[in-house]
Design a protein around this ligand. Structure first.
Ligand SMILES: [Zn+2]
Length: 154
């Protein structure tokens, strides 16, 4: 069992849009009362994507709907229902996925599913294990390539 903070579970959508929105947020693995601005904006972006709304809704609008300060528009209510249905049909993480600790220099969000394999840098003096950007990348940095090339020059 993965100790994932974002564990997707089946959701039941109530008729009231604000409650349905809470369920969609819970179904995405967050607590609607504690969700961060950044994560709420990610939910807003996903909701906007399912109804092709541009620009995307802002997190403040979602927060106001959650707090009952604003009514959800018909379009938002529609997006909540559609995203809820998509979440319900989404399979869980692959059984082969395992939680490891990584150092990310690229944009890797906490808990991200990394599908590529890591490999050792081809500079024997380096010892760094990295996930390559391209399939044929052998060195973790240009500096390691230069060191390796120098050592192989006559
Ligand atoms: Zn290296």
């Amino acid at each position: 069992m993965l100790e994932s903070a974002r564990h997707v579970r089946p959701i039941y959508l109530p008729y009231k849009p604000s409650e349905a929105l809470s369920e969609v947020i819970r179904g995405s693995g967050y607590d609607p009362a504690l969700i961060s601005v950044e994560d709420l904006q990610r939910i807003a972006n996903r909701l906007s994507a399912v109804v092709k709304r541009e620009p995307a809704w802002g997190w403040r609008y979602l927060r106001n709907v959650l707090n009952g300060k604003m009514e959800a528009s018909k379009k938002l209510a529609d997006a909540v229902m559609r995203l809820g249905a998509l979440i319900d049909g989404t399979p869980d993480l692959p059984a082969t996925a395992e939680r490891v600790s990584v150092l990310a220099s690229g944009k890797v969000r906490p808990g991200a599913l990394v599908l590529a394999n890591s490999q050792s840098c081809a500079n024997p003096g380096c010892g760094i294990e990295f996930v390559p950007r391209t399939p044929n990348q052998r060195f973790h940095s240009a500096a390691c390539y230069r060191i390796w090339r120098k050592s192989h020059a006559k």
